[in-house]
Structures are given as structure tokens and as C-alpha cells.
Write a protein that binds this ligand. Structure first.
Ligand code: SF4
Ligand code: SF4
Length: 121
């Protein structure tokens, strides 16, 4: 994550998408309880789950407290390592970063049913 940094050609003109969501790796639900827990989390409209290359991630939408109103990082020189390691050519702005996006409990249920993923429980 770099914010809308003019010195970075990859970020020019971007509205700092990466500073407006929090993405965390999570385990694939391994049993019915974990499915129910994930469905509960997906009841919240700020929470989504996406799958990329068979890895599951939780996405929490919300602005970073250090993002200015005009979408610049206000602590760019001392931004956290997580932000420094975010790779613009592979970032949210440059192509689809997920294979499957699950936005609510129904999406999760349908995904598990259609793929018969629940067979491995
Ligand atoms: S989403 Fe990508 S292009 Fe936009 S600010 Fe973040 S790293 Fe830069
Ligand atoms: S610290 Fe800066 S680069 Fe990191 S998420 Fe916040 S605004 Fe973006």
C-alpha cells in the first residue's frame, strides 16, 4: 500500500483503493461451526471474504486513519511495513485480485454448495 503517491507511477490517479480496505488471510472453513461463524461475519456489510489461488481472505472495508481527505498517506515516510510491501503492479487497481468474492452469508452457502466444498468436512 502506498496511498495516492505522485512519485509512484503505478499509483498516479488512483483513489488509494488499498488504503480503504483491510485484507487478512484466513483459513478455509474446516467444519460446519466455522462455516456458521463465517456466515455470521458476512452479515456485516463492511465484511467480505474472497478467495484467490485457493487461499481465503477476509476483507474489511474502511478508511485508514492516516489517509487524508484527498487520498494521500499522511505518514508516508513512516508508513508500516505492510504498506511498504504492497506491490502496485499486482495491487487492487491493476487487475482482478480475487477469483471468488463472497459478500454475504448466501454467497458463502451457494459457493460451498455449488462447488461441493462441504464434502471435505
Ligand atoms: S491501490 Fe494500487 S495504485 Fe492505488 S494507491 Fe494502492 S498501491 Fe497504488
Ligand atoms: S498508513 Fe498510509 S499507506 Fe498505509 S494504509 Fe494508511 S494511508 Fe495507506
Amino acid at each position: 500500500m502506498t496511498g495516492k503517491i505522485k512519485s509512484n507511477r503505478y499509483c498516479n490517479g488512483c483513489s488509494a483503493i488499498c488504503c480503504m480496505n483491510l485484507s487478512m488471510g484466513i483459513g478455509k472453513p474446516a467444519n460446519q461451526k466455522e462455516v456458521e461463524d463465517l456466515k455470521w461475519q458476512l452479515q456485516f456489510d463492511t465484511v467480505k471474504v474472497y478467495i484467490r489461488k485457493n487461499r481465503w481472505y477476509q476483507l474489511v472495508e474502511g478508511r485508514c486513519m492516516y489517509l487524508s481527505k484527498d487520498n494521500f498517506c499522511t505518514i508516508y515516510d513512516r508508513r508500516p511495513q505492510k504498506c511498504r510491501s504492497h506491490n502496485p503492479p499486482n495491487c487492487e487497481r491493476h487487475g482482478k485480485y480475487y477469483d471468488v468474492m463472497l459478500e454475504n452469508p448466501k454467497d458463502l452457502e451457494e459457493y460451498l454448495t455449488s462447488k461441493k466444498r462441504n464434502k471435505y468436512f
